[in-house]
Write a new protein. Structure first.
Length: 276
């Protein structure tokens, strides 16, 4: 639980920094620095351990995973720069729901009718937040797309983890992500001020730290325990959004997020029950 709280704090910090930087900096530049900083943090470990832990013959899979992850990150940055912090984070909780769909298509995993019903209820929570008949803000759609592409990326990770270590998959994501993102960043290039540069570095460090803490948490307890803890990010994000950005998310954001959380908890419960 402490690892997940630390990971949630890191992810919330990353989202806050992205939102702040997104007011003045191109999205492509933020995405590039997020990837490049992660690669810079991983390289010393690679040089110390040698390249044998990251040897691979699955460059194509790593590239596909990196493209999906980059699309998710780009959509996330776009949505964070335009939505309330709490709203963007609430929609990001739909990644486990999308995983039901992507796992069925990409991994040939089957789910029972109860799990599909719970998934549909979870997406109803998304509709409560997005309100497509009232608000056609493209940033809302970008937040949903970010969660979808995140699930695709995770599906590729699940395939790669059969033959690769977590460090290898993280390294190649950062490696390919940096190479791909440098071109759009160069087209929109603006030299960061010293203060902006430090914030960009902090964004990348927070992203890597959040992933590490979350991995440690999921390695020790079941997802049904972690989901409510991770949900703590929402009220914290709402508080930060109010203090720093003067944002006041409406009540429907929390109603929709609660529906999403309930469906995720039920799906996790069914997953656990099927193993015993």
């Amino acid at each position: 639980i402490l690892w997940m709280l630390a990971g949630g704090a890191a992810f919330t910090l990353m989202g806050t920094l992205i939102k702040y930087l997104g007011q003045t900096m191109p999205i492509t530049l933020i995405v590039f620095f997020r990837m490049a900083v992660a690669l810079a943090l991983l390289l010393p470990w690679i040089l110390w351990r040698g390249f044998s832990p990251v040897k691979t013959k699955e460059f194509g899979l790593h590239l596909k995973r990196s493209i999906a992850g980059l699309l998710s990150l780009t959509c996330l940055v776009f949505s964070l720069s335009r939505l309330d912090l709490a709203t963007a984070i609430a929609i990001s909780f739909t990644t486990p729901l999308w995983m039901i769909l992507t796992a069925a298509v990409m991994l040939n995993e089957t789910s029972g009718p109860r799990r599909w019903i719970a998934t549909a209820i979870g997406f109803a929570g998304v509709l409560v937040i997005v309100r497509p008949d009232i608000d056609s803000d493209p940033a809302m759609l970008a937040a949903v797309a970010s969660a979808f592409f995140s699930s695709v990326s995770l599906a590729y990770v699940k395939i790669l983890m059969n033959t690769h270590s977590a460090m290898a998959t993280t390294f190649y994501f950062s490696f390919f992500g940096t190479i791909i993102s440098i071109f759009p960043a160069a087209a929109d290039w603006m030299t960061p001020t010293p203060g902006e540069f430090l914030l960009l570095v902090a964004t990348g460090a927070a992203g890597v730290g959040g992933l590490y803490c979350a991995a440690r948490a999921y390695a020790q307890v079941e997802a049904t325990v972690i989901a409510p803890v991770d949900f703590c990010r929402l009220p914290v994000a709402a508080l930060i959004g109010y203090i720093i950005f003067s944002e006041i998310p409406d009540a429907l954001t929390f109603v929709g997020a609660t529906i999403i959380l309930a469906s995720i908890l039920y799906i996790g419960h069914r997953e656990r029950s099927s193993k015993f």
